[in-house]
Design a protein around this ligand. Structure first.
Ligand SMILES: Cc1ncc(COP(=O)(O)O)c(C=O)c1O
Length: 393
């Protein structure tokens, strides 16, 4: 008997909600000795686990300095500040709000530039076209975990003597031309929040090969105080506590497995959804590895038979959670609309209206992935009655 989508009265694909993420954390016995040490010594911040974690991350990334901070957002705020940026900074609008909020906190003007529609990462040609004498930096994002066109962006940065910073919030597990993202550009800033492959609870890592920048952000995470209590500049409290550093350190042991597992799940999704008309996937450049922090598809409504929003509603009825990252894009958000110059961001607008992110976690059971794909297929096969049903609600 042919399956019926839940929205048309069929039984849902899942009995309970399939969440977007399931953080994979170290076992308690891996953490136990460290927790005891932290509690018994009273070193709850600025202790040995912070140093060990920073060294292990620098080693993993192949970068000179890894500075642990309280979040990716505070890390971006410190990097923008300590690089001494001024004026205009080129940034995608197709990103999470924090890429841009950290610029605005530093009194910088975001200049929104379009992304490449296939990779959903910043388009170097569009960047070059947007450079003016006021431009001081380019900020690119490894969007959803897909490495940006680092060489293309570096060429533009070199040509116009601009700083190049990467928001690498989704970057742990991603590889650019065979090496981890993190060592390229002037600095890269990672997130360690629970939706990521490497988790410290909350936290971030600033990765850089510049000694001066590393020293400055270390001071910046301590209020801008070098210990003399004569602030060199207005800093933050952006320290990472020891328990978070310990969690990050243990989580690092699982990072390679996490990236491999997610790439396997993504391959399954692509194989099973690839034959459904109107569904597209984010392209990964040859030689790169996606982290699949997020697995996101595009929906061409004309070919699929339903819009992205209709598909999301039909999937919700199947108990499958989804997210519309990033809708609205940053240049249309209330706080950032004032920076919208009216310059067309055609690909950003299209992706924003047509992207849908699916549940993805490390060690997702293949059966769960296959049932999600089957639900998409069944919804597509019934697109006309599903459309009519949703329209009547
Ligand atoms: C692209 C991007 N930048 C920055 C952030 C902010 O990270 P955090 O929550 O660690 O501040 C996020 C959060 O997921 C993100 O997706």
């Amino acid at each position: 008997m042919q399956k019926l989508p839940a929205v048309l009265g069929g039984s849902p694909a899942f009995n309970s909600l399939v969440p977007m993420v399931r953080p994979v954390l170290p076992q308690f016995d891996e953490m136990e000795a460290g927790i005891r040490q932290i509690l018994s010594t009273g070193m709850v911040t600025k202790g040995p686990f912070l140093r060990e974690f920073e060294e292990a991350v620098a080693d993993h990334l192949g970068v000179k300095h890894a500075v642990a901070v309280s979040s990716c957002t505070s890390g971006l705020m410190l990097v923008y500040k300590c690089l001494g940026l001024s004026g205009d900074v080129i940034v995608p609008s197709f990103t999470f709000m924090a890429t841009v909020s950290a610029l605005v906190w530093n009194g910088l003007r975001p200049v929104f530039v379009d992304v490449d529609p296939q990779t959903a990462t910043l388009d170097p040609q569009a960047v070059e076209a947007a450079v003016t004498p006021q431009t001081t930096a380019i900020v690119a994002v490894h969007n959803y975990g897909n490495p940006a066109d680092i060489d293309g962006l570096q060429a533009v940065a070199d040509k116009y003597k601009l700083k190049l910073i990467f928001d690498a919030a989704h970057g742990f597990g991603a590889r650019y031309q065979g090496v981890p993202v993190g060592r390229q550009g002037d600095a890269q800033v990672f997130s360690l929040s629970p939706t990521k492959l490497l988790i410290s609870g909350e936290g971030g890592i600033i990765a850089t090969n510049h000694d001066d920048l590393a020293a400055a952000v270390r001071m910046g995470r301590e209020y801008g105080n070098d210990g003399s209590y004569d602030s060199a500049f207005a800093g933050l409290n952006a320290r990472m506590p020891e328990l978070s550093a310990l969690l990050g350190l243990k989580s690092l042991n699982n990072l390679e497995h996490a990236a491999e597992s997610r790439n396997e799940t993504a391959a399954l999704f692509q194989e099973a959804m690839g034959c459904v008309p109107g569904i597209g996937f984010q392209q990964v450049r040859p030689g790169d590895r996606h982290s699949y922090r997020e697995f996101t598809i595009t929906i061409d409504a004309g070919r699929f038979g339903l819009s992205r929003d209709e598909l999301a509603l039909a999937l919700a009825a199947e108990n499958i959670d989804t997210r519309k990252y990033y809708d609205p894009p940053v240049h249309r958000q209330t706080a950032y609309r004032q920076y919208d110059t009216g310059q067309p961001l055609t690909n950003t607008e299209w992706l924003s209206a047509n992207c849908l992110s699916f549940p993805m976690w490390t060690d997702m059971e293949p059966d769960v992935a296959m049932r999600i794909c089957e639900a998409v297929q069944v919804i597509h096969e019934h697109s006309q009655p599903v459309h009519e049903k949703l329209a009547s609600k």
